[in-house]
Design a protein around this ligand. Structure first.
Ligand code: ADP
Length: 443
């Protein structure tokens, strides 16, 4: 840098020395100075012109010596090395991009790159097979206009924090195929849509559901018959208890028969709950939801809870916004709220407090059941809604529980776009709250 500056300085000072010498000899100082300045300026302009031509991709243009020496030379060398570096980087990036595209093309999952408005920017071959999209004619088009599925449209409109959840929907180009779709936001405002073929898994799930439903259905009738006969035997034995000849025999059979009635009733309850769960899982949520008068529903359940509490004299209270209604299915909501309220009665010691509340706020409508019962340790909370999960198996069985109540609650709430929130502290009590979004409130 220093040498090129010195070179330029030497070059200009020599020129001006020559001009000074010539003007002393001839006496035309001003004219000679003007001519010299014009020549220097023209030389610089010409060099600039060559540089611009060269930068505008005319790399074949041979640079004159004038532009390869001094400060001009330094600038050209710098630009040239920068360009070389950039070309190398570009080549590297292109290779990387090509490698990425080749690997994504080979992926069995459909991958679609979308911009902030869900316009397609790029897609792989699996996207054609699974989603029916074509790279040649669908790139640049809006994805919601190409996939006509209400579940998918609702998913695209959901808030960003829920986008990371997956949805399942039939393939738009082959209804026999089931897809698991996930939208991943990235790079600020872009989205990556990933669709996976889960047909086999879906079928297995279906087989399991059908199996449980069929077994439950097949067991229901024989069990009802058995239960009926056991009850008849019990009645017969009670009637014969009066006769002294049979007294010993009836006393011997009294306890086993009571146990048989109890256990067959428990099995019937389990089968009924399994059938309810199968129905909730297999049936598509009723599109024609109707306004449900929740207050009326809770008033009935409140009375039933008082009856269930019986001699235990729980302090049951109900606080409800009378006109607050939600869209849904009354029988399903009745079963979900009933499960929560009756659980509170069953798991709260005698004279404990149980408060049922139906209210709304900015987040939506809420039905909460708070009790002062035994509470649940925090490690159990995430698993409570699993089928047959019980904190205390013996206690649940003694209370006539099936272990399926909260699983039913979860499914019912899912079908109503709602979710269950559980807060609990051991020896303090629990609060089970059903949260309905604002869109489910009848305005
Ligand atoms: P169960 O028929 O056994 O009551 P649920 O699915 O209704 O089955 O409940 C699962 C488990 O959650 C219960 O076994 C019980 O241990 C616990 N549980 C539910 N509700 C309460 C509650 N209000 N207080 C304490 N524990 C509860």
């Amino acid at each position: 840098m220093k040498s090129s500056l010195l070179y330029t300085f030497f070059y200009i000072s020599t020129t001006f020395l020559l001009v000074a010498l010539l003007s002393t000899l001839t006496g035309y100082t001003l004219e000679l100075l003007l001519i010299t300045l014009t020549l220097i300026l023209s030389w610089h302009l010409f060099n600039l012109y060559r540089l611009v031509c060269w930068l505008e991709k005319d790399y074949n243009l041979v640079l004159p010596d004038s532009i390869t020496v001094g400060l001009w030379g330094k600038a050209v060398n710098k630009i040239s090395s920068l360009q070389k570096h950039n070309r190398k980087r570009k080549r590297k990036l292109t290779n990387l991009l090509n490698r990425f595209r080749t690997s994504t093309q080979a992926m069995p999952d459909a991958t679609v790159v979308l911009n902030s408005r869900y316009k397609i920017e790029w897609l792989n071959r699996a996207a054609t097979r699974l989603l029916g999209l074509k790279a040649c004619c669908d790139t640049g088009k809006l994805l919601p206009r190409l996939i006509h599925n209400p579940i998918f449209h609702e998913y695209l409109q959901s808030p960003p924090e829920t986008l990371r959840d997956t949805i399942e929907m039939p393939s738009p180009c082959n209804p026999d195929k089931m897809l698991q779709v996930q939208l991943v936001p990235y790079g600020g405002n872009k989205h990556l849509l990933i669709a996976r073929d889960v047909t086999k898994l879906h079928r297995l799930k279906q087989i399991r559901q059908d199996f449980v439903a069929n077994v439950s259905h097949e067991l229901r009738t024989p069990l009802t018959v058995l239960h009926g006969f056991i009850e008849t035997f019990q009645d017969e034995f009670s009637a014969q208890q009066q006769s002294p000849a049979c007294q010993e025999l009836t006393q011997e059979w009294q306890q086993p028969l009571e146990l048989m009635v109890q256990q067959s009733l428990r099995m019937q309850n389990i089968i009924n709950d399994l059938l309810v769960l199968s129905r909730l899982e297999s049936e598509v949520p009723n599109e024609q939801s109707v306004p449900v008068a929740v207050t009326q529903l809770l008033e009935n359940l409140h009375l039933e809870a008082i009856a269930l509490s019986g001699g235990q004299q729980h302090q049951l209270s109900l606080e409800s916004v009378p006109d607050l209604q939600v869209y849904g299915q009354a029988d399903e909501l009745n079963s979900a709220f009933g499960n929560l309220i009756f659980n509170a009665v069953r798991y709260t010691p005698a004279q404990g407090k149980i408060h049922i509340r139906w209210f709304w706020d900015d987040d939506g409508a809420h039905m909460s059941v708070t009790d002062s019962g035994e509470g649940i340790a925090s490690e159990h909370l995430p698993r409570l809604t699993e089928r047959f999960y019980r904190v205390d198996v013996g206690r649940s069985r003694n209370q006539g529980g099936t272990g399926l109540g909260l699983a039913i609650v979860k499914h019912v709430l899912n079908r109503h776009c709602a979710h269950l929130e559980i807060q609990s502290q051991v020896a303090q009590g629990s609060c089970f709250c059903c949260n309905f979004p604002v869109k489910m409130i009848v305005l």
